[in-house]
Design a protein around this ligand. Structure first.
Ligand code: NAD
Length: 504
């Protein structure tokens, strides 16, 4: 596995990854790619202290100057897109096109954040008192902790970090223990951007962009630290359940991006060709390991059989597309590890016991990658939405149900604990608008005639219920990374009280 070349290209020395307690393996073929030293309690403490000092300096740098650093970082990403994407492929098992897409997402959020650095607007508010002015000011917040999952090893951090940097914050990132090299690669490219920033006479303080390596224990230390006013945590609902009370116990803020269980409703008027294409990308892309992966298909009984026949035909032709993600012809790479494959098989067995009819889903042997866990995406025909369907299994399983009327479809759609992404395929304006209305989808993302996955950075990303309620990336998500001060200024010579109160 030619990882050394990619590491050198992003400024890392492969020789420094030969010792340590964290052994990293590539999901492609199980090859050991690195050994790294994880952070113990004292190293975590020092790292957060450095980041806090960096914040104290960075918060006073004018926001448009901060935006310039993020712009330079975007340039580094553009220049090293292929090398960083190659590392994403090696560590997370993503196919080349998706890995490049992930780096493109980082570039996009840098562009967005750079523009935003001149638009961190507050408000002017009408005061009820004469000679008074009210307003709102947004200030930098502090050290932003970022915990990220293996499946978007670089983009999720960038969504958080690019905004946090322009907002005047420093960032301490605990990447997934399965993908630490991509994180170190990002940090190395960020340092290059800082060096170029310094050439322009400005200085990015040391400690602005820190990394903590390790597992849940290290994440817990980050969650517990009172010097971290915001913890942005992306991963399973199980992780969110562990982290959120810890942050709340010290009155910190958390921004949670947790599991999804995303559905598509296909109505009688839907364009089935379009629906099949959208289902394929969103159900089998990234081997079913996207938080927005399509996991539930809710098709009207008049189109269900036709749709499933087309899908099963398409799925039966996927075998030749499953393989080494480094090959250009591959569409479906490996699952992250053996535990993930076991979880998939466990859910398929449970689906059978709950009345499901399973097609495909078996392990696929890939020549030269025998130690990797490759699986044929599964379709499971269910007669109703049972417990296994309500649970997120992070693997390519598509449960197919049918409905009779729209009330039933929407009720089934919303009857899961998660609330991330959703979509409807219809050519009926009333159905589309109802799905988007307050009585429709209860998710953070609701689409019409496109699948649930593959969001653009311009919109706010996140979901409701067990997905955690956080919003990242575009729209006004930047406000998460700042604190708001309400200001009242009296420019008169009198001191009138609010609510007309007369005192004394
Ligand atoms: P995971 O929950 O196992 O791990 C995610 C991160 O949390 C890792 O860095 C891990 O070390 C850390 N962690 C785990 N337990 C922790 C604890 N108790 N305290 C502190 N940190 C802890 O998730 P994963 O397997 O890496 O990723 C898959 C999951 O992430 C899926 O559920 C997927 O839906 C979700 N996800 C959600 C989004 C989103 O934006 N909503 C995006 C990507 C992935």
């Amino acid at each position: 596995m030619d990882i050394a070349k990619q590491l050198r290209a992003v400024g890392l020395d492969p020789a420094s990854f030969e010792r340590g307690d964290l052994l990293v393996r590539s999901p492609i073929d199980g090859t050991a790619t690195a050994r790294l030293e994880t952070h113990d309690a004292s190293a975590v403490d020092k790292t957060i202290a450095r980041a806090h000092q960096a914040f104290l300096a960075w918060r006073s740098v004018p926001a448009p100057r901060r935006g310039e650093l993020v712009r330079l970082f975007g340039e580094e990403l553009r220049a090293h897109k292929d090398q960083l994407a190659a590392l994403v492929t090696i560590e997370a098992g993503k196919i080349v096109a998706e890995a490049r897409g992930e780096v493109q997402e980082m570039i996009d959020i840098c562009d967005f954040a750079c523009g935003l650095s001149r638009q961190l607007y507050g408000l002017t508010i009408a005061s009820e008192r004469p000679g008074h002015r009210m307003g709102e000011t947004w200030h930098p917040l502090g050290v932003v902790g970022v915990i990220s999952a293996f499946n978007f090893p670089v983009a999720v951090w960038a969504w958080n970090a690019a905004l946090a940097f322009v907002c005047g914050d420093s960032v301490v990132w605990k990447p997934s223990e399965k993908t630490p090299l991509t994180a170190l690669a990002c940090q190395s490219l960020f340092r290059r951007a800082c060096a170029r920033f310094a050439e322009s006479g400005a200085a990015a303080p040391e400690g602005l962009c820190e990394i903590l390596l390790g597992d849940a224990k290290v994440g817990e230390r980050l969650a517990d630290d009172p010097r971290v006013p915001l913890l942005s945590a992306t991963g399973s609902t199980r992780m969110g359940r562990a982290v959120a009370p810890r942050v709340a116990a010290r009155f910190g803020r958390s921004l949670l991006e947790l599991g999804g269980n995303n559905a598509m409703i296909v109505t009688p008027s839907a364009d089935l060709d379009l629906a099949v294409r959208a289902i394929l990308f969103s159900a089998v892309g990234t081997a079913g390991q996207r938080c927005t992966t399509l996991r539930r298909l809710i098709a009207h009984e008049s189109v269900r059989n036709d749709l499933l026949a087309r899908l099963e035909r398409a799925y039966s032709q996927l075998s030749s597309k499953i393989g080494d993600p480094r090959q250009g012809s591959t569409l479906i790479g490996p699952l992250i590890d053996g535990a993930s494959f076991e979880a998939m098989q466990g859910s398929l067995a449970r689906a059978r016991s709950e009345g499901g009819e399973v097609a495909f889903g078996e392990r696929v042997s890939v020549s030269g990658c025998e130690e990797g866990f490759y699986a044929r995406p599964a379709i499971v025909r269910m007669t109703k939405q049972t417990d296994v369907v309500r649970h997120e299994t992070f693997a390519p399983i598509l449960y197919a149900m049918s409905y009779g009327d729209m009330n039933e479809a929407i009720a089934m759609h919303n009857d899961v604990p998660q609330g991330l992404s959703s979509c409807i395929f219809t050519n009926d304006l009333r159905e589309a608008e109802r799905f988007l209305s307050v009585e429709g989808s209860d998710c953070g993302i609701a689409n019409v005639n496109i699948g649930p996955s593959g969001a653009e950075i311009g919109g706010a990303f996140g979901g409701e219920k067990e997905t955690g309620g956080g919003r990242e990336s575009g729209s006004d998500a930047w406000r998460n990374y700042m604190r708001r001060a309400t200001n009242t200024v009296n420019y008169g010579k009198d001191l009138p009280l609010a609510q007309g109160i007369v005192f004394g």
